[in-house]
Design a protein around this ligand. Structure first.
Ligand code: PXP
Length: 240
């Protein structure tokens, strides 16, 4: 399983004072040195964390791969086509939300998403759709030519009881197996942390996890190298 690091919240901290530090680009370059497999950033329409300068510099400087999270909006699609990230992950975006709150409703937005995927494909950009672990959403994603799905793991991470956590994990496992069976790549993310990550190592169908908040937060206490290496070790150690 690969580990992609989302550095949005380094930019959140920088922007809190409107100054230049901490720099998410520097953080990403250091993270690469400590072994992450890719860098993820969400270029939001309101630019509340990552901005155009960040994404352009990352495109130029990182040596792993760039996963650009984005809404299916014309302005951002244009930037993606110019920058040609190794992956574009389409997510729903609401201005009021603190973070992405759930998966895309692919079934209700088939035409818009299909056109966006087609446009990104015309620039040789593979496309992932961030969706709930739901068979109908997965089938719809395949129908409109998505390459990968990213399964939203927020309901698992925030489950109020152990029973609900186990149930949600079962949904994720079933969804991952189904997606793989029909030829989609499978990523997962949102709310994964040092305590809830281990179970995921049992799902062989998940190719990659995308983790931000937990690693950025831990790096404040233990440093970037230790925070990244601890998470890499969790991801690469299969529990039995
Ligand atoms: N995947 C997607 C699609 C996201 O929107 C986010 C949050 O930006 C993440 C993964 C990472 O979530 P977290 O910061 O909770 O690890």
């Amino acid at each position: 399983m690969k580990f992609s690091l989302n550095v949005d919240h380094v930019a959140t901290l920088r922007n809190a004072r409107g100054e230049t530090q901490p720099d998410p680009v520097t953080f990403a370059l250091m993270a690469e040195q400590f072994g992450v497999d890719g860098i993820v950033v969400h270029l939001r329409e309101d630019r509340r964390h990552i901005n155009d300068r960040d994404v352009r510099l990352l495109r130029e400087l990182i040596t792993t791969k760039l996963d650009l999270e984005m809404a299916a909006e014309d302005e951002i699609i244009k930037i993606a086509c110019e920058l040609q990230p190794e992956l574009a992950t389409l997510v729903p975006e609401k201005r009021q939300e603190l973070t992405t709150e759930g998966g895309l409703n692919v079934l209700d937005n088939l035409e818009r998403l299909k056109d966006t995927i087609q446009e990104l494909h015309s620039y040789n950009i593979p496309v992932s759709l961030f969706i709930e672990p739901d068979i109908n959403q997965i089938d719809a994603s395949a129908d409109i030519n998505a390459d990968i799905i990213e399964i939203h793991t927020g309901n698992y991470a925030n489950a109020p009881t152990v029973e609900e956590m186990i149930e949600e994990m079962e949904r994720i496992r079933t969804a991952a197996k189904h997606a793989k069976r029909i030829g989609l790549g499978v990523n997962a993310g949102h709310g994964l942390n040092y305590n809830n990550m281990k179970e995921f190592t049992l799902i062989d169908e998940i190719d990659e996890v995308s983790i931000g908040q937990a690693v950025i937060a831990r790096s404040i206490f233990v440093g970037i190298e230790k925070a990244i290496k601890e998470m890499s070790q969790l991801i690469n150690t299969k529990i039995s």
